[in-house]
Design a protein around this ligand. Structure first.
Ligand code: GLY
Length: 371
């Protein structure tokens, strides 16, 4: 259960962590210009290990856009443009279910800062492309694993389809986004607020067959990053379309998080892993903190809002200090240590992971408030 006391002085701590994040990103682009890393190996971004799937390129420029907004430093804007521009072709990429991650962190942030319509068109096209993954039988967007597979991760991406639908008035897009979100709610979120990573369908009949996992401990367990994607995704869906069912689900999953997370706010990789096998997973904690800060403002229940805000700040405060912040680990190239990408494939275990860095910076930005 989360320890919710002693949050004093936290603004200063968030500010220092954001400075450290800028320092690490600046060092990365000077050391290895043009490189879009995914996860470290013994603290180094450059290594030859597998990607598994190609979903992370938006996160590095995404951080740069946040730094540019907060500091108004023209050099951050220049770098953000330089690293965002080459991603445009991914707006037609049908191999991944991650176009929300790639474009909401980059072209969408760029558009919000400049109002340039051609940037918005790129985001809308990415939303249209993601919608092509929709399976009419079963009513879900399929994961990169195959047409029979739905991932909870897709909830953190479906926002780009809602966005494209709202921007264009396209009812077909809205229908896809609503149906996928309601299906995820029904088949991937359990009654206690825990979530399943994956679900498997019968393609012939559209019948839901079973819950499953790729990155979690077991098919019936609650992989912490999946839960984080659920909280983030249902909160974003509610923000975009104000359907009460999405608010209920975001709150149910958040309440599961609050009940099960350790006192310091750092999630285990999987909430159901045996205690002897538990490992910290900081990226899930960072994503959840970013989501709870948003949910705290959206929920009409003021007591819940205060609880979510405090919980997010507790998590952040822990992440802003060693041993999680890498500020006292010489030669560590990432910002946050102790993330886990894929334990079962032994990829990025107890390392920095690029989405952990991005959502940590997004959470710091939200916690600090408007510039
Ligand atoms: N597959 C996305 C993630 O590792 O969370």
């Amino acid at each position: 259960m989360l320890e919710l006391t002693s949050l004093e002085g936290s603004r200063e701590v968030y500010g220092r962590a954001l400075d450290f994040a800028q320092q690490q990103v600046r060092a990365l682009v000077e050391r290895d210009p043009g490189f879009y890393p995914m996860y470290t190996e013994q603290g180094r971004w450059r290594h030859g290990k597998a990607a598994w799937t190609h979903w992370c390129d938006g996160f590095l420029p995404g951080m740069m856009w946040i730094f540019a907004k907060r500091t108004r430093d023209a050099e951050w804007s220049r770098l953000a443009e330089e690293y965002t521009t080459p991603l445009e072709h991914r707006k037609l990429d049908r191999n991944v279910h991650d176009l929300g991650f790639i474009f909401l962190s980059t072209h969408h942030r760029w558009y919000r800062l400049t109002g340039r319509e051609e940037l918005n068109d790129i985001v809308i096209q990415a939303g249209r492309t993601l919608a092509l993954r929709f399976k009419k039988k079963g009513e879900y967007l399929s994961s990169f694993m195959g047409p029979e597979s739905i991932f909870i991760d897709i909830m953190a991406n479906v926002g780009i389809i809602f966005y494209a639908a709202i921007q264009t008035g396209d009812r077909g897009l809205m229908d896809v986004a609503m149906k996928h979100s309601l299906t995820s709610r029904r088949v991937l979120v359990r009654g206690d607020g825990s979530s399943s990573h994956e679900g498997i369908y019968n393609l012939e009949t559209g019948e839901f067959l079973r819950q499953s996992t790729q990155q979690g401990w077991r098919s019936d367990s609650c992989w912490a990053r999946g839960l984080a994607w659920a909280i983030y995704g249902f909160t974003s869906a509610y923000k975009l379309v104000r359907d009460e069912r999405f608010l209920q689900t975001a709150e149910l999953c958040s309440d599961y998080f609050l009940e099960h997370v350790p006192a310091n706010g750092v999630t285990p990789m999987d909430f159901d892993a045996p205690v002897a096998e538990r490992r910290d997973e900081t990226s899930a904690a960072a994503i959840t903190a970013a989501a709870l800060l948003r949910l705290a403002k959206l929920t009409p229940d003021r007591a819940k809002g205060m609880l979510y805000d405090q919980a997010a700040r507790r998590v952040l405060l822990t992440l802003c200090q060693p041993p999680y912040l890498a500020s006292e680990t010489p030669d560590w190239e990432g910002i946050l240590k102790e993330g886990i990408y894929h334990l079962n494939l032994n990829l990025g275990v107890a390392e920095s992971v690029m989405w952990g860095e991005y959502f940590f910076v997004e959470a710091l930005d939200r916690a600090l408030g408007p510039v």
